[in-house]
Design a binder for this molecule. Structure first.
Ligand code: NDP
Length: 308
C-alpha cells in the first residue's frame, strides 16, 4: 500500500513528517516517482491531476488539497468510481473569513475613496452610514458559514443562499433559484462562495446585478467562470453596482491588459483569498487515507453528481 503525493510540493515535508509520525507504516511516494503503479492506493492531488489517475488500478481514495474540485472533476483522467474528498481546514476558513470581513469593512468605510483622497492630499471626511448594510452569502458551506458567524459577531444582518433549505441560527436562509430574487433584493453586499458547477457557471450576470439594490457591492471569491466579466463592468459603469472585489477570474493570471486592473470601482486580488498550503489539513489527509484503505466513506467526500 502506498500513498502518492502529487500536489503542491513546496512545504510538503511538513505533511510527510506528520504522516510519518502518526503512522510510520505509510509509504509515501512523491510524483513523478510512483514506483509500481499497482501499489498506489491513495493519492493526494491539487487543482489538476498530473497524470491519468486511471493508471493506478488499485486506487481506493483521492484527496484534493483544494476546496474547489471543479477542475479535477472536469478532467477525464479521474477514475469515475474512486471516492474523492475535498479540502476543509480551519486554517483555510480563517483566511477566507479574514479576506471577506476585511473587504466588507473596507467597502462600508469607503477605503477606496480615502486612499484616493490621500493620494491627492485632500482632507475629505466621510460620515458613517446610518445603518449597517445587509450582507448576503451565495453558498453557505464550510467557508460561507464561518464568514457568516464572524459577520454576525460584528452585528451585521447576514443571510445565505443554498441549494437545500435548512436552518442556521441568526441567519436568514434562502434556497434554490425561486428564492434567489428575494435574497438579492435584501442585500447590499453579496459575497459569492459557490462551487463552480453547471448551475453556477455565469451566475454573476446582468440579471443578478439588476436584482440587487442600486449601489450595491459584490465580493467574488468563488470561481472565475461564475462571473460574466462584461456584465460586471456595465453594472459598475451605470451605477447599479458601486464596488466589486474580485479574487478569481475566467483567465488566471489575469491578462496584463484586462480592463479590471485599472477600473476605479474594482479591487483585483490574485486568487489569494484562501490559498492552499502543503501540509494544511494534514489530519484530514491521514484520516481519509485510513478510511479509503478500510473501504469507508471519506470525510468531505465530493458528490460526483452535484459536482461539489
Ligand atoms: P461547500 O461545498 O462546503 O459549500 C458550497 C455551498 O454552495 C453550499 O452551501 C451549497 O448548498 C451551495 N451551493 C452549491 N451549488 C448551489 C446552487 N446551485 N444553488 C445554491 N447554492 C449552491 O464549499 P466551500 O464552502 O468549502 O467552498 C466554496 C467554494 O469556494 C469552493 O468550491 C471554491 O470554488 C471557492 N474557494 C475559493 C478560494 C479562493 O482563494 N478564492 C479558496 C477556497 C475555496 P448546500 O449547502 O445546499 O449544499
Amino acid at each position: 500500500v502506498a500513498l502518492l503525493y502529487a500536489a503542491e510540493t513546496q512545504g510538503a515535508a511538513v505533511l510527510f513528517e506528520f504522516l510519518h509520525r502518526q503512522d510510520p507504516s505509510i509509504e509515501i511516494r512523491v510524483w513523478p516517482d510512483c514506483g509500481q503503479d499497482s501499489e498506489i492506493e491513495f493519492v493526494v492531488v491539487s487543482g489538476e491531476a498530473p497524470t491519468d489517475l486511471r493508471r493506478f488500478v488499485n486506487l481506493r481514495g483521492m484527496q484534493s488539497t483544494w476546496a474547489g474540485v471543479n477542475a479535477l472533476l472536469n478532467s477525464r483522467d479521474l477514475p469515475p468510481d474512486v471516492p474523492l474528498a475535498r479540502m476543509v481546514a480551519d486554517e483555510m476558513s480563517n483566511w477566507m473569513a479574514e479576506y471577506v470581513v476585511y473587504h466588507v469593512l473596507d467597502i462600508i468605510r469607503g477605503g477606496s475613496d480615502l486612499r484616493s483622497s490621500q493620494a491627492e492630499c485632500i482632507w475629505q471626511q466621510r460620515t458613517h452610514l446610518a445603518s449597517k448594510p445587509a450582507i448576503g452569502i451565495l453558498g453557505l458551506g464550510e467557508l460561507g458559514q464561518d464568514i457568516a458567524r464572524k459577520l454576525l459577531g460584528l452585528n451585521f444582518d447576514v443571510s445565505g443562499w443554498v441549494r437545500t433549505k435548512r436552518q442556521f441560527e441568526g441567519i436568514s436562509i434562502y434556497s434554490g433559484p425561486g428564492e434567489l430574487p428575494e435574497f438579492l433584493g435584501r442585500n447590499s453586499i453579496v459575497v459569492c462562495l459557490l462551487p463552480l458547477t453547471e448551475h453556477t457557471r455565469g451566475i454573476l450576470n446582468a440579471e443578478l446585478f439588476a436584482r440587487m439594490p442600486r449601489g450595491s457591492s459584490i465580493i467574488h471569491v468563488g470561481r472565475g467562470p461564475q462571473l460574466m466579466e462584461g456584465d460586471l463592468i456595465k453594472a459598475l459603469d451605470t451605477g447599479q453596482l458601486s464596488r466589486a472585489v474580485v479574487d478569481v477570474f475566467a483567465q488566471e493570471p489575469l491578462p496584463e491588459h484586462h480592463p479590471f486592473w485599472s477600473h476605479p470601482k474594482i479591487t483585483v486580488t490574485p486568487h489569494v483569498a484562501a490559498i492552499s498550503r502543503a501540509g494544511m489539513g494534514a489530519a484530514l489527509i491521514l484520516e481519509n487515507y485510513h478510511r479509503a484503505i478500510a473501504g469507508r466513506e471519506l470525510l468531505h467526500q465530493v458528490d460526483r453528481t452535484s459536482g461539489y
